[in-house]
Design a protein. Structure first.
Length: 148
């Protein structure tokens, strides 16, 4: 014998509209003690349940949207920006132009000569710094002295 599909009473159907304003379909199903798939099946079988669920969602969205519009009209910049981005297609974009100054043509030989000169200058500075630095005293334990 086949099981009778779960149905909602008229009072429960009215509750669906109220609950849909603040709960997801899965949460509504939990409220009634049924699975999410069962609730979706009920909405497919019973147009009244589906209509009440959609109407509850729409009413909640309408109330929140009206509040957002009121805040935007009152001068709340964040609300204005959010509304324009979501309803008017506004978006924040920034275009960065990358422009490098024109480099003169450098031949490979010229580049090699410049690099060599630059590296030689660094080596000269390093060598000069090393020669002018005073030698550091080495402790007796590390110098390999006679104590030991």
């Amino acid at each position: 014998m086949a099981m009778q599909p779960f149905t909602l009473t008229d009072e429960q159907k009215a509750e669906v509209e109220t609950l849909a304003a603040v709960l997801t379909a899965e949460q509504v199903a939990d409220y009634f003690g049924i699975g999410r798939r069962t609730f979706y099946s009920m909405m497919q079988r019973d147009e009244e349940i589906a209509a009440r669920y959609k109407r509850g969602k729409a009413k909640a969205i309408g109330v929140i949207a009206q509040g957002l519009i009121n805040k935007a009209r009152a001068g709340d910049t964040t609300s204005m920006i959010f509304f324009l981005k979501t309803q008017a297609g506004w978006r924040e974009t920034s275009q960065v132009e990358h422009m490098l100054p024109a480099e003169p043509d450098i031949s490979p030989d010229s580049a090699f000569q410049k690099l060599t000169a630059y590296l030689n200058a660094i080596a000269s500075r390093t060598q000069a710094a090393t020669l002018t630095a005073e030698p550091q005293a080495v402790p007796a334990e590390q110098s390999g002295g006679e104590d030991g």
